[in-house]
Write a protein of this length. Structure first.
Length: 169
């Protein structure tokens, strides 16, 4: 008479057999740990974008086109919050980060649709992140940004992180 084996019992035996074979290399343990961590985290970097801008180019565009240039690059709220000092750095930083975001989402959108504001500590964030990510086909995600200036250069860096719906709550 043939013994009756359940699928669970067979899988358990196969798993134990594989563990015994691979125990000397410890590869199976590492794979299991990695799988468990990635399963628990359920996060991943989906895309990165980076852009660098020479501020003299921004200054030329601003002087040549004035308000028209600003309205094309900045949202109304960004224009309202533009500082009196270091305007070219402000515009150049916003330009660089918006280019980086467009590279990361890999789809077309207008610069004015991407609104970059600062929190209480001065850290930049994308106020329209949800709309931008939905446009890129990402239902659940976060958009992390960073802007930096040095001399006549501004740089923007964007990371899109996919997350599970459970992590939103």
């Amino acid at each position: 008479m043939r013994p009756q084996w359940s699928i669970g019992r067979l899988l358990s035996i196969i798993l134990r057999f594989a563990q015994n074979i691979l125990a000397s290399v410890k590869a199976f343990s590492l794979i299991r740990v990695y799988y468990k961590i990635s399963e628990e985290a359920n996060q991943m970097i989906f895309a990165i974008g980076i852009d660098i801008v020479h501020l003299y180019r921004i200054e030329q565009m601003y002087h040549n086109y004035g308000e028209r240039f600003l309205k094309r690059i900045l949202s109304p709220q960004e224009i309202a919050r533009m500082p009196q000092k270091r305007q070219i750095e402000y515009i150049g930083g916003r330009f660089a980060i918006k280019e980086a975001i467009i590279k990361a989402i890999n789809c077309t959108t207008s610069f004015a649709e991407i609104e970059i504001l600062n929190d209480a500590s001065g850290k930049p964030y994308v106020a329209t992140a949800k709309e931008i990510l939905l446009k890129a086909g990402i239902n659940y995600g976060q958009l992390h940004v960073s802007i930096s200036h040095d001399g006549d250069i501004a740089i923007g860096f964007a990371i899109i992180e996919k997350i599970s719906p459970q992590q939103l709550y």
